[in-house]
Write a protein that binds this ligand. Sequence first.
Ligand SMILES: Cc1cc2nc3c(=O)[nH]c(=O)nc-3n(C[C@H](O)[C@H](O)[C@H](O)COP(=O)(O)OP(=O)(O)OC[C@H]3O[C@@H](n4cnc5c(N)ncnc54)[C@H](O)[C@@H]3O)c2cc1C
Length: 467
Amino acid sequence: MSGTLAPVLGEATVQELRDALRGELLLPGDEGYEEAKGLWNGAHDDVEPAMIARCTGAADVIAALGFARAHDLTVAVRGGGHSIAGLSTVDGGMVIDLGPMRNVRVDPAARIAYVGPGAVWGDVDHEAQQFGLATTGGLVSTTGVAGFTLGGGIGWLMRQYGLAADNLVGADVVTADGRLAHASKTENPELFWGLRGGGGNFGIVTSFELALHPVGPTVYAGPLFLPGDSAGDLLRFFRDWAPNQPDAITAAISLATAPPLPVIPEEWHGKKVAIVIAVTAGPVEDGEALVRELRGVAEPVADLIGPMPYTFIQSLLDPLWPKGINAYFKGTHLAGLSDETIDSFVELHQNAPGPQCEIHVHQMGGAVGRVGADETAYPERSMPYVINVVTGTADPAELDANREWARAVVASAQADETGRRYVNFLSEPADAEDAYGEATYRRLVALKDEYDPTNVFRLNQNIKPSA
Ligand SMILES: Cc1cc2nc3c(=O)[nH]c(=O)nc-3n(C[C@H](O)[C@H](O)[C@H](O)COP(=O)(O)OP(=O)(O)OC[C@H]3O[C@@H](n4cnc5c(N)ncnc54)[C@H](O)[C@@H]3O)c2cc1C
């Protein structure tokens, strides 16, 4: 046996855990360790966990957690591994890797998906679309259901059907003391409240129950590419258009650089573009009317909006954001889009340090805004826009410049910020009190005191227990 932990813990001790698990236990030097340790964000490739427990079920999770606590190992919980901040890995500690628990079972009559905590959105869409069903998932199909849903979950169906967290109807949770609890509206309701927006602070979710809705299989959707110099006009149009739309459409703007794709005219490759991506959730024949006004802003570089499989729009961006890219994201909630903010976005778009430095402006409202402020732990509901500044590069040497740029974009919108933030769009551990706001944060702390008073689950956007 190899591994740096063996001399500290003793081979027999490590063997005890191996014997207790159905899944693999990987230590540095073990075959498969290098592949298993990597997160989606390559910026965290230098992190070396002491052990990775590849769990196959709740029993493995309970065994691994008990072992980590008995031997004082810091625990990192991993679902899909898309944490941009690198919170699902840990130097010298234990990764409880739920990756093998990827099963999705759909009950089409009840319109519920039972989803393993290692599943990614592509897994859910694949199973649910078989029955013409879907729920709000991510813009990239390789993102994990677990962290995404626990943090909130912004996606193309949200204005019709709410955030991913709003569609969580039940969950199995392994608590810090190794119990298995079920949370729903009627069982452990306060825990259920906290799981919908409060992140992985209260336990390890081993099964998600998600409400499904009729969607597709064909939807009217896609991106519309406009010249970069129409970015200001597009943002000004979007500011007035977005808050007045029916729930059936969810759109976002991306100020980006045109990728070298055959669907975009070659002379535009590598040039600045202002993209609007729109997805309509209802009947395909209603789609054209819903996007018509978007088409009038400027002469398009490429208009790719039309009928397409729902699974296609759900994976459209996947090739641009592969595993291993060095990423930095930063987001915030906006109460409005002032002329000053728009002007600074336009300028920073033109001065972006790399081709994968993008400013995303999400249209919120609709079903997201109708959920009561105290119904879930998601920080707020009234903001009309959420921005996410996303950067990626193959060259780690470019990370610093990208980081500075992303911070500058968010800082330039400060006058329009609501003060709250979406924890899943932050690349560094945040001030959670600030992100959630005082009232929600206080309630989250009380829940943390009850379920995790010693902060076993601290590798997340952390709610600190009061003791
Ligand atoms: C390419 C890309 C695209 C994205 N697109 C979107 C988007 O469209 N909309 C959006 O809202 N967000 C998006 N995000 C952000 C995404 O929501 C977060 O990164 C989310 O945390 C990913 O979940 P995961 O399970 O893959 O992450 P992980 O890295 O596995 O975990 C993230 C956090 O959740 C905790 N956690 C994971 N599983 C569990 C569990 N079972 N129980 C308890 N805690 C757990 C971890 O400990 C960690 O703190 C995107 C991220 C990336 C990298």
